[in-house]
Ligand binder design. Structure first.
Ligand SMILES: [Zn+2]
Length: 114
């Protein structure tokens, strides 16, 4: 019997450091704070900041404006390898039975297990 394999659509996940490779935010780096797989989008700390108006509340009685990152297309970002600090499209490798890991194509180091 074949075991059901989990399909991994996105090689980018929460907590990754990524670099924006196209668009107006090109070249910016940040940490992924949210992945929205159904929309193919990611939210990155400090990237594509949009101003949001706050209603006056108990905490902020005068209301105000906050800057929050907006989601961008997952294809516009690339993972930054924590070992060599280069942008990479990680390769999935099997490290042991049923355990896969992301591997940097640039330096060959394993990034993490998934
Ligand atoms: Zn690397």
């Amino acid at each position: 019997m074949k075991t059901k394999e989990k399909v991994i659509h996105y090689k980018i996940k929460k907590g990754d450091t990524v670099e924006v490779i196209s668009g107006v935010e090109k070249g910016k780096r940040g940490t992924v704070i949210k992945v929205i797989p159904e929309k193919g989008r990611v939210v990155i700390e400090g990237v594509k900041l949009v101003k949001r108006h706050l209603r006056p509340s108990q905490k902020v009685p005068q209301g105000g404006i906050v800057e929050k990152p907006a989601p961008i297309d997952i294809s516009d970002v690339m993972l930054v390898c924590p070992h060599c600090d280069k942008r990479t499209r990680p390769q999935m490798v099997i490290v042991r039975d049923g355990v896969k890991a992301r591997k940097c194509r640039k330096c060959g180091e394993l990034i993490d297990e998934v």
